[in-house]
Design a binder for this molecule. Sequence first.
Ligand code: ZN
Length: 503
Amino acid sequence: MEAKLKELKAHLNDIFDLQGIAGILYWDQSTYMPKGGAPARARQMAIIQRIAHEKFIDPAIGQLLDDLQPYAESLPYEHDDAALIRVTRRMYEREIKVPTELTTAMSAHAAASYQAWTEARPANDFARMQPYLEKTLDFSRQLANCFPGYDHIADPLIDFRDYGMKAETVRAVFADLRAQTVPIVQAIMAQDPADDSCLRKHFPESQQIAFGLDVIRHFGYDFDRGRQDKTHHPFATKFSIGDVRITTRYKENFLGEGMFSTMHESGHAMYEQGLNPEYEGTLLARGTSSGVHESQSRLWENVVGRSRGFWEHFYPQLQAHFPDQLNDVPLDEFYRAINKVERSLIRTDADEVTYNLHVMLRFDFELALLEGNLTIADLPDAWNARFEADFGITPPDHKDGVLQDVHWFYSNIGGAFQGYTLGNVLSAQFYGAALAANPAIPDQIKQGEFGTLHEWLRTNIWQHGRKFTANELVERVTGQPLTIDPYIAYLKTKYGALYTLEV
Ligand code: ZN
């Protein structure tokens, strides 16, 4: 068994390294690569991904998994070897069910669609994207149908990113969340808007970078195993547990952009840096689901980074970086500005209270499109009507409406968005569990100390990687299944102090 396990790990290590190489190519493309490198880079990434896919569907891996099954069953569920065999089997079986021709056709289409979108979005040209989206929808259905036996056609696609979740479960969580969020939004919208002009002065980039790096160093992001570079759409990426990088972007006329995206990506990156080093080179060495991943980025960005306690410590330092811009702005005014709630067009710029409504809209459209209850041709009108109903504003154009998110234009339709809201919900649930175990955390945050929180997250969540599914992890860590209650309580407490709320 030991020899077979070693052989399995050697196979997986090759795949892990190929994925790391693909990650480096993507990182380079998104940060430093000159435009002229694009055609060759697309080929280079495609070949690496093809080799990784071929290596993974090698029947030798299936044979090793079969041979190792009795050994896995003889072990406790929590044993690392049992988890490795269990997770590898799950992902292997998923991979072999999708024909290579479909994967290849989908990636070629995705590359062409993404390229067209980069031009069509600024040109506000939905008509150009319609045939691409129709093909994407067709591919998405084909992909889902590689996994027959689902309850809802979106289930297999949701499963890719949030294993164990189904359209029905997500729909139920979202319905509840929506019912409790809308009255909060309406109560806030009836009041005077917060003034965030203090964030919209001129903030030189070099000072923003210095401050942001200092904050995430305090959070515990390890710069010996990471670095930060600039990009258009910030992301975190891992080449190995020893090299987990983040990217960010700055706006000199808006302080919120770079500061909070840096905190956000550091949350994703600390999760990957915090993996058990023993898992390196295996399929266990990754965050367990998109929802849990997002819970970590949101916890650091919002629950910590947009809290008043955090700024009691860091605001004087921020003022020292920007004395001319902020010395005459009191802490409370600044705190109100960074937590301004408003009806906005763009999901990625949305505040904590309205953000989930943006996600629900997209999730519902994914289901309707996959079900065949909505056509791509009708999507722009449906988008605007729903947006008007949910936010009270109509997008002035497609650019900031239906064309705004990259997801449908470079990947499949289905499963792309629910993780963001599950992440928001889980950020509060996990943080509540951390506080129950360590009531001193809020006081420590006021002192600029994050060691206890960092260590609690590392021990309870990060180190496990994919060993536990999201549902198992939530139960284990918080003692109950996913629940929206802590998140709603968090919103009511926080925004009840900022606005008058009687909901
Ligand atoms: Zn994120």
